[in-house]
Ligand binder design. Structure first.
Ligand SMILES: [Zn+2]
Length: 109
């Protein structure tokens, strides 16, 4: 195995969605003011079946912060096993739990 191949095998795909019992949690940051969001999605009520592709789910969320008028639109597509297939986010970015925790600590420092 060459070095490059070994390297790629060790790079983890960022995990933007955490599953906790009946909840899904994702983290985001406002692209305008940097405000951090921790968003909870209820699997029972907030996941909608995607009819274009069988056995997948869609989630729409609009996040409005308290520091600026920017709105963050988050659109997620999930597999049946609730793994993130793709995402489109406007007005901000998704964060992993580690990134969110780190930024939160920096803000509070
Ligand atoms: Zn903002």
């Amino acid at each position: 195995m060459d070095v490059k191949c070994w390297f790629w095998k060790r790079v983890k795909k960022p995990k933007y969605i955490t599953s906790q019992n009946e909840l899904l949690i994702f983290y985001a940051q406002c692209g305008t003011c940097g405000e951090l969001f921790r968003t909870i999605i209820r699997k029972n009520s907030e996941l909608s079946q995607n009819f274009e592709q069988e056995n997948t789910y869609e989630v729409h969320k609009e996040l409005i912060g308290s520091y600026c008028p920017n709105r963050i639109h988050v659109h997620l597509w999930l597999s049946q096993g609730l793994k993130l297939l793709k995402q489109t986010v406007t007005g901000g970015i998704l964060l992993t739990e580690e990134e969110y925790t780190r930024l939160k600590e920096e803000k509070n420092a």
